[in-house]
Ligand binder design. Sequence first.
Ligand code: TXA
Ligand code: MG
Length: 359
Amino acid sequence: MITLTNSPADIKRAAKILKDGGLAVFPTETVYGLGADAYNTQALAKVFEVKGRPLFDPLIVHIASLKTLDHLTCPDALDSQRHQLLEKLVNVFWPGPLTLVLPKKPELPGLLSAGLPTVAIRFPSHLIAQSLISLSTGAVAAPSANRFGRLSPTRAEHVVESLGDNIDCIIDGGPCTVGVESTVMELIPAPRILRPGGISREQLEEVIGPVACCGFAEDILCDQADSAKPSPGMLQSHYAPEIPLFLHGHEEMANLSYNGNEGYLFFSGKSRDVWLINSTVQTDNCTKPKTIFVLSESGDTTEAAANLFEYLHILNKSGASCIHAETLPEEGLGRAVNDRLRKAAQRPALCAAQKAADE
Ligand code: TXA
Ligand code: MG
């Protein structure tokens, strides 16, 4: 594996690797992506293998020009109302962390979209990503660059640790600014969020009116009924650290007793301070917060999202026996953070999903 910089020569080198059927990891504004040429079935197969991802979970295709949309999707399959919605969303949110599920061109590799009649498209705002995509075939399939079900990478180091020698190159673009994955949304039959992410429901509704949300509860129902999920990647368990994660509401978190062997992830500085007062053990350890993290001192959900995976990665390696995490308010990017935390807390389901992936 070679580590590359953001110099034009290095980005060109990564683009050549993609065009030759290799795997190039690149930064986006959300998380690092494990890129392969979207038109190359063999390269796509490598992505599934390296990630340990089940073949029923389709990939997102990254583009850097609206023209490419016509090569990948069938806009004619949308009626005029959906067309208008698409236009509004593209005008306001692209480039940016919004992925749109659209009718796909039949000639695209079946592996890309797991045999579905749709394809998920994303136009990232990160300049390195845009330039890499433009210099390659213009369509780069990229899931998050982590092993399936594990924490998403927001730094190049996270990727090197988990995927290491299985990739051909990585462009180190520093930490990702948004920190949670893109919002995945479908327009047919009606606008619905399939995965909460970097663009909030409120932001979407301001532009196109009411947007439904495929909630966690619905996810569980899908699972119990063993029926097809609206988005195949919406497994209950995902984004998980290797140690158990316990999720608590604000009150419950405030009343936890401090245990020096455990990790704590608070939403705001205010929550942490209430806990420090309530916590039965108040020691100097609390002021040396090696295992106590606050997602946003001021209680800002966007800042919290940007720090989420970073802190989970650190806690995961801190030697703590488990992580206690506080839920965020269900507003703004708080929904995306809660979604990741809830899925990280579902360990038994993760084991089952990984077993299924290995079979
Ligand atoms: O921010 C992001 O979206 C990152 C960066 C690298 O761009 N990518 C990412 O990809 O998170 P991935 O593969 O980890 O998640 C893609 C999600 C999965 O939940 C998948 O099931 C869903 O999008 N998806 C992909 N194609 C779909 C389709 N045709 N219909 C419904 N859901 C789809
Ligand atoms: Mg992922």
